[in-house]
Design a protein around this ligand. Structure first.
Ligand code: ADP
Ligand code: MN
Length: 183
């Protein structure tokens, strides 16, 4: 089972994926690193200082890397919802996200771009449009540990085909930053 952890940069995807690997031993693919290491991009966007990934090739590489021995492969990336049919979208309030991106020394224009994307639910919308199963977790008041526990709850429900309850608990659309961000 391939499960994507997606969300705006800074929402904690890589931290949580690392914690899950430690706790449960699940196979984790850090997609952004794979794209860079294997140069799976078609363009380099110098203005925005990022690469434009060739998603067909990326998807093909992910499928080749899936380890049949692990019941779950976790795909860590803000691009994972382009590939996985089951995704968990991490959400963080723009205020908190700003602190995290500042700590990462992102330039102000890149911070603003990401905060707006988070406030407009862009990744959540894309996920709902493209994926079969979408779970949303508000991590704003959570530790990395709390979020890992929530994801384990979702994964074990999926593995036993009992995901109705978790689907209700982590239903997409429960988070709304528009009031605090745009007012
Ligand atoms: P992403 O992969 O989504 O860009 P990262 O996991 O790389 O996010 O970065 C999140 C940053 O925020 C890390 O430096 C992490 O230590 C910090 N952080 C602080 N509190 C939390 C939390 N509750 N959940 C996730 N990350 C947190
Ligand atoms: Mn990351």
């Amino acid at each position: 089972m391939l499960v994507g952890i997606t969300g705006t940069p800074g929402t904690g995807k890589t931290s949580v994926a690392g914690q899950l690997k430690k706790r449960s031993g699940y196979h984790v693919i850090h997609l952004n690193e794979l794209i860079k290491e294997e140069k799976l991009y078609s363009e380099v966007d110098t203005e925005r200082d990022c690469v434009v990934a060739d998603m067909d090739i990326v998807e093909q590489r992910v499928m080749e890397k899936i380890d049949g021995l692990s019941p779950v492969t976790i795909l860590d990336s803000h691009l994972s919802h382009h590939i996985a049919d089951i995704v968990i979208v991490l959400r963080t309030s723009p205020d908190k996200l700003r602190e995290r991106l500042q700590q990462r020394n992102y330039p102000e224009n890149k911070i603003q771009e990401n905060l707006e994307a988070e406030a407009l639910d862009i990744i959540l919308f894309e996920s709902v449009e493209w994926c079969d199963k979408v779970f949303e977790i508000n991590t704003t008041e959570q530790t990395i540990e709390d979020t890992s526990v929530a994801i384990e709850e979702i994964l074990s429900a999926l593995l036993t085909d009992r995901d109705e309850q978790v689907a209700a608990k982590y239903k997409p659309g429960s988070v709304d930053w528009s009031e605090t961000f745009f007012s």
